[in-house]
Ligand binder design. Structure first.
Ligand code: NAI
Ligand code: MG
Length: 369
């Protein structure tokens, strides 16, 4: 038996509403055992700005660093459109990612059987789909220097973004990819554009070397990111783990998301380095969706993305694969019974609110326990 300490950061809008359902799952797990979860809560985003004029406090940052995992809701909303740029709600999330050095972003795309018709693609293409997009999150063109707009003085301006990757950055993300694949279907597809980008040349080379040195048992394929995008829509089930850089990963993970249906269903994890002293990996788990101001306060948000994100915490931070599987099964069973929140509503199904969906999932968990 172990005790794990979580930091819950519900944030703004529907964040606190969906986080409430995670708290009930934590309660369930504490009752069931063997492990025990304790948690602290903090403010982040606009609600933190209202209280402290910053989007996250140093004190909360320290708690995030000390926690075994951070569980994050969502931030932002029109109320904070006019706050200074450095204090805008998203800055809190960016600081967490940066200060915890969360370089590996895991975005699963899973089709629940009951929702296979909600996909943008035909049922047979997505039925049983279970792929993992692994996006490098702290390097590449979003952060590379120089990053400038210069006035050329002749009525023209020049904008420059720089894509930079060092060997160690590619090595560590590919290690995560191969380790994930070993626990899944043992296949990694690396995507870059070595035909037109130097970072692509190095990316391909380092992924291959890491494979040959440490992960020969895993099948490795390379695809150019553009045709990879096509393949993702044409025949998504050919993939297991896709590993790619920050920019391509941003695009490809959004494409993969739409193979499976609503934003309210999509979970994610962001992982950092393993601390050599404690052997613990820094980690933050959050739904892909934002604070959904249009439905906030109404109790109708879909809590599944948030609950599934917590399920990822069980799997990747706490080695509780069995409990993580139970959560996935409970979600599938609840959908199978015909319960739907508004975002995934369809004819003949029962539309429920956030709390009712949470209760139904816990009911299924009780059956599985
Ligand atoms: P959004 O994801 O909040 O909402 C997009 C649409 O999806 C809305 O119609 C919303 O009602 C719906 N939706 C999202 N999550 C849902 C759920 N769990 N259940 C049911 N419906 C759901 O994205 P949007 O509207 O672009 O941004 C709203 C605010 O959220 C902005 O301030 C934005 O900056 C912020 N945002 C924050 C993110 C984060 O905290 N990681 C990520 C994306 C946006
Ligand atoms: Mg995006």
């Amino acid at each position: 038996m172990a005790t794990y300490n979580l930091l819950l950061l519900p944030g703004d809008g529907i964040g606190p509403e969906v986080m409430a359902e995670v708290k009930r799952i934590i309660e369930f797990l504490n009752k069931k055992g063997p492990n025990r979860f304790t948690y602290d809560e903090g403010l982040v985003g606009g609600s933190c700005y209202d209280a402290h004029q910053v989007s996250i406090t140093d004190e909360t940052m320290e708690k995030a660093k000390a926690a075994d995992a951070v569980i994050f809701g969502a931030v932002g909303g029109p109320k904070w459109d006019k706050v200074p740029y450095e204090a805008r709600p998203e800055a809190g999330l960016l600081r967490l990612r940066k200060d915890l050095a969360l370089y590996a972003n895991l975005r699963p795309a899973v089709t629940y059987p009951a929702l296979a018709d909600a996909s943008a693609l035909k049922r047979e293409l997505v039925e049983g789909l279970d792929i993992m997009i692994l996006r490098e999150l702290t390097g590449g063109v979003y952060f590379g220097e120089p990053k400038t707009i210069t006035d050329l003085g002749n009525g023209q301006k020049r904008a420059v973004d720089t894509q930079v990757y060092d060997t160690y950055e590619i090595e560590r993300i590919s290690r995560v990819a191969f380790e994930l694949a070993r626990k899944r279907r043992n296949k990694v597809t690396s995507m870059e554009k070595h035909n037109v980008m130097k970072t692509g040349v190095l990316w391909k080379e380092v992924v291959q070397q890491t494979h040959d040195r440490e992960f020969k048992d895993v099948t490795l394929e390379h695809q150019l990111a553009d045709s990879g995008g096509m393949q993702l829509v044409k025949n998504p089930k050919q993939f297991d783990v896709i590993v790619t850089d920050n920019l391509f990963g941003d695009l490809l993970s959004d494409i993969a998301a739409m193979l499976t249906g609503s934003l309210g269903m999509l979970a994610s994890a962001s992982l950092g380095e393993v601390d050599p002293k404690t052997q613990k990996r820094k980690a933050l788990y959050e739904p892909v969706h934002g604070s959904a101001p249009d439905i906030a306060g109404k109790g109708v948000a879909n809590p599944i993305a948030m609950i599934a994100s917590f399920g990822m915490a069980l799997r990747y931070s706490f080695d509780m694969g069995k409990e993580a599987d139970m959560i996935d099964q409970a979600i599938a069973a609840t959908l199978g019974k015909g319960l739907r929140t508004g975002d995934i509503a369809s004819a003949g199904m029962k539309t429920v609110g956030t709390e009712e969906m949470g209760s139904a999932i816990i009911e299924e968990l009780e059956k599985l326990a």
